[in-house]
Design a protein around this ligand. Structure first.
Ligand SMILES: NC(=O)c1ccc[n+]([C@@H]2O[C@H](COP(=O)([O-])OP(=O)(O)OC[C@H]3O[C@@H](n4cnc5c(N)ncnc54)[C@H](O)[C@@H]3O)[C@@H](O)[C@H]2O)c1
Length: 316
């Protein structure tokens, strides 16, 4: 198939491009490199089935050219603002990078008759519901602009399915970790322990606990759902049954950095920052019933990500 991957130079998008190419698809990757990096995709630069185009999806003329130059079978829309905290400071960032990019992609899909869309949504759409999060809980009130933009984008995709005959797979990711990732508690801890290996201050009380899914497992889930779920509008929580708390993340890093006697200090409170959801429990029965399960536990995923980041730093 000929597939458009938006945000394909980002952390998740670049892994997705690799896997789609390895499965024999032709991939066109668009990214404005605002958050993504060319080094994530440069290993594919001589691959005949891969084309990178640097563009802002919100530039309608440039996006039109990409769609008119290619007959896409499917779009994997990964482009977004991926920095949740940034949305509280720069109010338009989630509107532009998450919602408007989705709107523009949907419009071009309509004009060019592209019928399949896989969308990177997020657990952030659920806000802070004190319940196990199955796909049909509600009403939904996100507590970050990031979550609000993802939920609005989901609503537009639903309407596009009805109005343009599109088939969509809305995939709600938890926290994803692995090679090429660029932010999150893990980076912060590694940076601060590199500066001061004797002490680490942790935001919150250390009990914030979340499932961390390994990026290769996520890519596997996206492609699995796309090829196995057959409704017009498919929507899934994707994740891992286990979870890792913040103190355990710090302990994994301390161990893998080979440090001893590190004093862990806590700022206190139940969350690290405004807009953070300190814990959530995902109901994964829908995607498990479809036949997909994560291969790595949350702790294993975190350790793989820590080792990859430390190995990268030792080379640079
Ligand atoms: N990483 C996670 O833990 C996580 C969790 C839930 C959902 N998601 C979603 O998964 C997707 C990928 O996330 P990621 O972690 O790889 O983030 P990322 O920042 O590495 O990737 C997003 C990419 O989109 C690109 N982009 C942003 N605005 C653009 C625009 N206007 N035009 C073209 N390109 C644009 C960025 O340059 C970047 O390469 C995002 O939609 C994100 O919201 C990620």
């Amino acid at each position: 198939m000929k597939i458009l991957v938006t945000g394909g130079a980002g952390f998740i998008g670049s892994h997705l491009c690799d896997t789609l190419i390895s499965q024999g698809h032709q991939v066109v990757c668009v990214d404005d490199l605002s958050l993504g990096r060319e080094e994530n995709i440069k290993h594919n630069s001589r691959t005949p089935d891969f084309l990178f185009i640097k563009l802002d999806i919100n530039n309608a003329e440039e996006l039109e050219k990409v769609f008119s130059d290619n007959r896409f079978d499917c779009v994997f829309h990964m482009a977004a603002n991926s920095d949740i905290q940034m949305g509280a400071t720069y109010l338009s960032v989630d509107l532009e990078k998450t919602f408007m990019t989705t709107f523009n992609v949907l419009e071009k899909m309509k004009v060019h008759g592209v019928k399949q869309l896989v969308f990177a949504s997020s657990s952030a759409i659920y806000g802070e519901l004190d319940t196990v999060l199955s796909e049909d809980v509600g009403p939904l009130f996100p507590i970050s602009f990031y979550g609000a933009a993802k939920l609005s984008a989901e609503a537009y995709i639903s309407a596009a399915c009805e109005n343009f005959g599109i088939q969509a797979w809305i995939m709600r990711f938890p926290n994803i970790v692995g090679e090429r990732s660029t932010h999150g508690a893990m980076f912060d801890f590694i940076n601060r322990l590199t500066e001061n290996p004797a002490e680490l201050t942790i935001l919150g009380d250390g009990t914030q606990i979340k499932p961390y899914l390994y990026v290769a497992d996520l890519v596997d889930a996206l492609i699995y759902a796309w090829s196995h779920a057959t409704d017009q509008l498919n929507f899934f929580n994707v994740g891992v049954e286990s979870a890792t708390d913040v103190t355990t993340i710090a302990e994994i890093i301390v161990e893998e950095m080979g440090l001893k006697d590190v004093s862990l200090k806590y700022t206190g409170g139940d969350r690290g920052w405004v807009g953070d959801v300190p814990h959530f429990r995902y109901d994964l029965s829908k995607i498990h019933k479809l036949g997909w399960k994560a291969k790595r536990s949350s702790d294993e995923a975190m350790r793989l990500a820590v080792c990859a980041e430390l190995a990268k730093r030792s080379v640079n």
